[in-house]
Ligand binder design. Sequence first.
Ligand SMILES: CC(C)(COP(=O)(O)OP(=O)(O)OC[C@H]1O[C@@H](n2cnc3c(N)ncnc32)[C@H](O)[C@@H]1OP(=O)(O)O)[C@@H](O)C(=O)NCCC(=O)NCCS
Length: 220
Amino acid sequence: MIELDRALGHGHAVAVAVGDPDEAALAELHPDERARARALGPVRRREWVAGRRALRRALAAIEPDPAGALAAAPLLADERGRPLVPPGRVGSISHKRAVAVALAAAERGWTVGVDVELVAPRRIDVSARVLTPAERAAVPAAPGLARDRAVILAFALKEAIYKAIDPHLARHVGFQEVAVWPAPDGSVAVEPLAPWGLAVEAAWLALGEHLVCTARARRG
Ligand SMILES: CC(C)(COP(=O)(O)OP(=O)(O)OC[C@H]1O[C@@H](n2cnc3c(N)ncnc32)[C@H](O)[C@@H]1OP(=O)(O)O)[C@@H](O)C(=O)NCCC(=O)NCCS
């Protein structure tokens, strides 16, 4: 599990442990969210509930809610699977095994995306699918954790970017449509290779064995 409840460059991020939701956890949800959770299988329910709890906390952190507008709004999903949030705010969810992470921000023209991944040795090399030829040339060539970590980081950045750009493009976006150039300080140069017509930013953070990647996008 990771500790995360703070403002990052693209919004406020919150992590919640994925586990069997108890009464207190379910009480954090809107009744429509509880109904949705009940309809899910046990594995999916655990991550879905943790994601909604994280998103509620992240949304509450960016803006006081004296009128109870957030409490009254169910955070369900649109037809593409994107989490729905109250007007004037944007949000995104990711989960990986024991942890769910959400990112929320005031809208201000931007949409946001988040992805959490666990750094661990990979049995399958996905670099040819995830990385562009130039990116492949830049990651460590020798098999091992350093290479796996670099591939996982690029993967997570592109997943976060996908979630941020999907509201604008509403189509499948291939991994070869963008190159990402992460720096050790958590900054990332994003190089769209397709005519998205979007301004896109990304960043990353290492928390123990986890990588948390955030992105935001807007027209322009
Ligand atoms: C949708 C997708 C990004 C989900 O990623 P994942 O690693 O499988 O799972 P994560 O746990 O990180 O994210 C799941 C969450 O993504 C969110 N999500 C699903 N579809 C989404 C969409 N179209 N847009 C934004 N967010 C979406 C949901 O909140 C979901 O969690 P929930 O159903 O519990 O609410 C991934 O399955 C996908 O289809 N990727 C497309 C290819 C791609 O990433 N290309 C990158 C090119 S830039």
